[in-house]
Design a protein. Structure first.
Length: 307
């Protein structure tokens, strides 16, 4: 996946102040793309942006106001967004309630991704009008941990589920990412186009098809899960040598975001470079995909249907 378009694409990377997000942002800047670095930590986000010569914005994905402000400034500055790479979030080992009233793991890994995607979707759809590979794509980081998730749409905030060091909530959020991505693919497919979910397209006639994918980057040895006792134990036992490097972990994100066709239908979940990775049984539930979409719309104050 190395082909380039004749003009730079605009690629927005969230969670880009370190780790695989920073690696992906660096790669695309070196390829001559217009990269927008989004991060929570001011110093690290500025450092990455300055190093690669990119625009940057600060946003904490545990705050909806930050996400809305980010979407507003990106919409003002960029008429079109060719790739939205949703990579913010992570494992939070303690139960935390956000200022918006939601469990922090679910908000940062799911609800804020839903919100930023919905708010920037018109810009992504304008890019899709190019009708060329790599124009009009939404990539969202999931995890193999989705297989331990158990989604209850009526209890997204995990008020009635065991915490288990945050791992069950994290797995559930990453399972929800797969469900959300499949429903997004279905709702943004051009009429008559396949969406990868087997549910049929419901896009408006003549609309360009937006591509949507979710991806497990691998067990990456970065600052991920630094507050987790299990991760700390793994670091102690292995001398911090477990997992793959950020460069290796970023490879699937880079491949899916490249200016080349993706060899799988929109809505596909990738386990690193492999399409149709193993998922929890709920991931294929079409009714649950729709219900989750509707619940996320309710919680973020958005209409259910796309314009």
């Amino acid at each position: 996946m190395n082909s380039m378009t004749t003009s730079p694409r605009t690629i927005v990377v969230t969670g880009a102040s370190s780790g695989i997000g920073a690696v992906a942002a660096t790669h695309f800047a070196q390829q001559g793309e217009t990269v927008v670095v989004v991060g929570r930590d001011p110093e690290r986000t500025r450092a990455v942006a300055r190093r690669i010569g990119a625009e940057y914005h600060l946003a904490d994905f545990t705050r909806f106001d930050d996400v809305r402000a980010l979407a507003a400034v990106l919409t003002e500055r960029h008429e079109r967004i060719d790739v939205l790479l949703n990579n913010a979030g992570g494992l939070i080992s303690k139960r935390l309630r956000t200022v918006d009233g939601h469990e922090a793991t679910i908000q940062s890994n799911l609800l804020s991704h839903y919100l930023i995607t919905r708010l920037l979707l018109p810009s992504v759809q304008r890019a899709a009008e190019e009708n060329a590979p790599g124009h009009g794509r939404v990539i969202t980081t999931s995890s193999v941990a989705n297989r331990v998730g158990r989604l209850d749409v009526d209890d997204l905030d995990f008020e009635h589920h065991r915490w288990l060091g945050g791992w069950r909530a994290y797995g559930t959020a990453k399972l929800a990412v797969i469900l959300f991505t499949r429903e997004l693919a279905r709702r943004t497919a051009a009429s008559g186009a396949g969406a990868g979910t087997g549910s049929g397209a419901i896009g408006h006639s003549g609309d360009p098809a937006v591509e949507a994918y979710s991806v497990h980057p691998g067990a990456v040895n970065t600052s991920f899960g630094a507050s987790s006792p299990l991760i700390r134990l793994g670091n102690a036992l292995t001398g911090s040598r477990w997992g793959v490097s950020a460069e290796v972990g970023a490879a699937p994100l880079i491949a899916l975001s490249s200016a080349s066709p993706v060899p799988a239908p929109s809505g596909t979940y990738f386990d690193r470079m492999r399409a149709d990775g193993r998922t929890a049984p709920q991931a294929g539930d079409l009714a649950l995909q729709r219900r989750l979409w509707e619940r996320c719309a309710e919680l973020t104050g958005l209409p259910v249907d796309l314009p």
